[in-house]
Design a protein around this ligand. Structure first.
Ligand code: HEM
Length: 122
């Protein structure tokens, strides 16, 4: 009788251990390797133009598409200065701040966080 109880509880223990292991979300993450670099999404200018409001603001800078919606409230200028570029190709505006002077290296470092893909080849 005790022997059966011992075997049953041992089996139950290891089943529980296996169950927690199999349910670990980190395993699911490992099962799906990150998308290869070439698999980044491409967007057309028409796609970008559909995100042209302060509540949904995409831009293209140097062929890269960014979603700056979350950044807009942090931008140091008057909102209108940057919002005017939502939904548009904004490389020149970014390079010159529309005032003939470039953004700082710090500003450049912020860009990758907002990247959502590349502009598709014409
Ligand atoms: C594309 C349209 C944009 C325009 C027209 C624009 C314009 C400006 C202006 C007028 C200023 C304040 C005046 C000055 O510092 O000279 C400024 C500052 C700044 N902007 Fe922008 N900006 C744009 C996009 C961005 C983006 C996308 C970022 C970063 C994600 C950014 C980051 C900053 C930062 C960090 C500053 C503080 C000064 C500096 O570090 O250069 N801006 N911008």
């Amino acid at each position: 009788m005790m022997r059966r109880l011992y075997i049953a509880s041992t089996v139950a223990f290891w089943l529980a251990v296996f169950g927690f292991w199999a349910a670990d979300p980190r395993l699911a993450a490992e099962a799906q390797p990150p998308a290869p670099a070439g698999a980044e999404r491409s967007w057309s200018l028409a796609d970008v133009a559909r995100h042209a409001t302060p509540e949904d603001c995409w831009m293209v800078i140097d062929g890269v598409v960014y979603d700056f919606t979350a950044y807009l409230p942090q931008h140091p200028s008057a909102p209108a200065v940057i919002v005017a570029w939502c939904g548009r190709e904004a490389t020149e505006a970014y390079r010159t701040k529309t005032r003939g002077r470039p953004h700082s290296a710090y500003a450049d470092q912020l860009l990758p966080e907002y990247r959502v893909g590349r502009l598709e080849a014409p």
